[in-house]
Write a protein that binds this ligand. Structure first.
Ligand SMILES: *Cc1c(COP(=O)(O)O)cnc(C)c1O
Length: 371
């Protein structure tokens, strides 16, 4: 059982889009399918100012550039490496604030202590699609005159109080990578608060050209999404309701079965999770590793996502030392979650987790007896 598997829409439908592309012979440069996908995503997610780009890391990078961030950024070490590697690649140093041990998101209380004289932004991550408390982040940002760039890579379909969370902060970057809930094979998007910044970003992804005049008016590079990628997005978007509902059902089933036996990520009651990931945490590192190996031996792939905590890696160790992030990273695994998985498969995975937990505790008891 794979931990993840990309969703493939109807081939017939995808071919229909490709035929259109062949007929028009327009492959990229803000073509009609990119325009159509932009509009349909804004509509589906109920947001404005969305810019499509060629991957989620480029989306983060674009947000940093469009908002003129420099110096250092306060972020979390409990994330996929891109949350730190993208700013660092742009010579913006991460400065780590520790996570909340219940939500596994950056702890708003700890952001202030990580602000340096050269800090110009805060970049929280909605970890596994669990929304950060935006009001508390915004209060810190306002007090210190900082921009807020959300790494919302996991947040397609996440809602709080019925509303998308992608319009929070100055910008939110999403990933449409093949393994994410909604995808365009490779792709991503940024959602900007300010429409003037959004217009600037649209020029920046095309070398800084102003489309109307042909003049180079902004710094820029090439972050454009192709028509082939937009075609995949349009075909997958037709099935987005089904994908989200199905994944949420699997997550609910996992959480019901395992909730009394493992630590689950705390998710506020007013949040509709996007069903992106199914993380669970064990009591300690050795139990986590034992269950991980046991499931592997049964042909059930799990991922130690996000292990190790970035503040323990050679590239990023100098940016902070965060106790809770290290602790959670040592204890957490993500269970299989994708649309090819049945509810019965979820049952099999849960049984395997519970069995290996019982083995672990009887082993611990035997060791204690000997001692
Ligand atoms: C997937 C991911 C990214 C990067 O997205 P790509 O589309 O793979 O470049 C960034 N941040 C987080 C938290 C992610 O999970």
């Amino acid at each position: 059982m794979e931990v993840t598997s990309p969703y493939l829409p109807s081939l017939q439908k995808y071919l229909g889009y490709l035929e259109g592309i062949y007929a028009r012979c327009r492959l990229t440069n803000n073509g009609p399918l990119v325009v159509q996908l932009t509009e349909r995503l804004e509509d589906y997610l109920d947001i404005r100012n969305l810019v499509l780009v060629n991957n989620g890391s480029a989306a983060l990078d674009l947000a940093y550039h469009a908002l003129d961030i420099s110096g250092s950024v306060v972020t979390t070490p409990f994330s996929f490496v891109a949350s730190s590697s993208v700013p660092a690649w742009g010579r913006i140093e991460p400065s780590y604030a520790d996570i909340d041990p219940a939500t596994w998101n950056i702890d708003p209380e700890r952001i202030e202590a990580a602000i340096r004289p050269d800090t110009t932004a805060i970049s929280p991550v909605h970890v596994y699609g669990n929304p950060v408390d935006d009001a508390r982040v915004a209060a810190v940002a306002q007090r210190h005159g900082l921009r807020v760039i959300y790494d919302a890579a996991h947040c397609f379909g996440t809602r709080r109080a019925g509303r998308s969370i992608l319009d929070q902060g100055d910008a939110s970057a999403i990933s449409f990578h093949a393994t994410k809930t909604f995808h365009t094979v490779e792709g991503g998007a940024v959602c900007f608060r300010d429409s003037a910044v959004c217009e600037r970003a649209r020029r920046m992804i095309n070398f800084g050209f102003d489309e109307a005049t042909g003049l180079i008016v902004d710094p820029g590079s090439n972050f454009k999404m192709s028509e082939m990628h937009a075609a995949m997005g349009l075909a997958v978007l037709d099935d987005a309701d089904y994908i989200l509902d199905y994944r949420r059902e699997l997550v609910a089933s996992y959480r019901r079965r395992l909730g009394d036996h493992v630590q689950l990520q705390h998710i506020d009651a007013d949040v509709t999770n996007g069903g992106g990931y199914m993380p669970i945490a064990f009591a300690d590192k050795s139990t986590c590793e034992r269950v991980h190996r046991r499931l592997e031996s049964l042909g059930i792939t799990t991922r130690r996502y996000f292990h190790p905590s970035l503040d323990t890696t050679s590239q990023y160790a100098r940016f902070g030392e965060t106790r809770h992030s290290r602790d959670v990273a040592d204890r957490v695994i993500c269970l299989p979650l994708h649309t090819k998985l049945s509810l019965a498969d979820v049952g099999v995975v849960c049984d395997a987790v519970l069995t290996s937990l019982r083995e672990a505790s009887s082993l611990a008891a035997a060791v204690a007896d000997i001692a």
